[in-house]
Design a protein around this ligand. Sequence first.
Ligand code: SAJ
Length: 407
Amino acid sequence: MKINVVGLGYIGLPTALSLAAGGWQVVGTDKNEALLEKLKAGEVTFEEKGLPELFAAATNSRNLTFSTVCVPADVYIVAVPTPYLKDSKRIDPRYVSAAVQDVLPVCPKGAILAVESTIAPGTMDSCVRPLIESAGLDCGADIHIAHVPERIIPGNMVYELTHNSRTIGVDEPQTGETLKKVYGAFCKGYMVVTSIKTAEMTKVVENTYRDINIAFANELARLCYRGGMDVNEIIRVANMHPRVNILSPGPGVGGHCISVDPWFLVGDYPDVVNLILQARRINDGMPAFVLERVSELMQQNGINVSQVGFYGLTYKENVDDVRESPTLQLYDCMKRHLATGARFYDPMVKDTLVENQYFGFDAFLDGLKLVVVMVSHDEIKANVTKLQNKLIFDTRNCVSGANVIKL
Ligand code: SAJ
């Protein structure tokens, strides 16, 4: 079978590489020519544990080629971004629509079109099917559609791609069986075949579940601070109960998944959602809470803004992904209040994203009195001694010492 993976970003690239390394003929398609040039030169386009090795395995298999356009294939896997519209909070399916429209003119009769991108429940019916029908094709006779949501976690993508179970949403069981064979080239997890709408909803529910649970931890952090209690110790002790597993509070929720997907449900069911919306608000409020705490620490210790440094710009530890990052949310909040002058630094980020961004750890630390740990990269955990003479506000509970203040 020949497979065309459309969209070679965080999900599409490891998927294309795994399919090729697993033995299928794969064409990876992306409209971004600069990205394709890098890939053709054998360079990975983002940092991820195990990705270079997977790239080497795919290259050695000689099963992988790249193209800026879609090509005739038996199976299409669409892995493109799905942002949401800022005002209505509803999904913006423009990239999925564009990918489907690129596939339809070249796909042979009987091909499978599987969408991996996270979409609001009902999007396959409201967006993908109409595009197929308006092209004069018939879902089921000419083309078989499927929704196979990705589940891999940045930081451990390559392992999870192989070991996680998968949801395959289809119209006909036969399409499910074919896709099990396709993904079986690398997936050792259980593959459950269900309906398309169930697959769509399950994916959004998984990320919403995590958002709500993080929001609970964040709300506890706020109320423990008000009550003079140690939230991290309380969570540690409470989690010894066999049926309690509270997540970790932090400076907010970032990434292009958990901070986005629940909005699809809020946008589509505004009069029903309650808990889901509150969780979003709590998590979105965390960068401002961190800033309030920073301002208190500055006043209490006579520190001015030029002596404050924020460590970490990515949305979580040991990745280079800055999408929806709590530090960037905090930076926007500072700018809105005309509070500029603080330093920023992240060892994983090579581009300039904010004013006063430093590119060396030592230069960043030099002259600082207060370091706010926004991301628990390995670098800071291994270099706590460099922070000895500074006040540290640790929003991630990742460093310890007499000079450390927790969230
Ligand atoms: N976070 C906390 N406290 C925690 C856990 C996470 O504040 O206890 C923060 C992180 O720092 C980060 C954000 O939440 O800013 C999200 O991080 P994450 O590690 O929980 O998840 P993602 O966004 O990297 O990946 C999630 C995963 N979904 C679930 O765990 C249900 C992953 O499996 C999905 O594939 C991915 O979303 C996706 O693409 O949808």
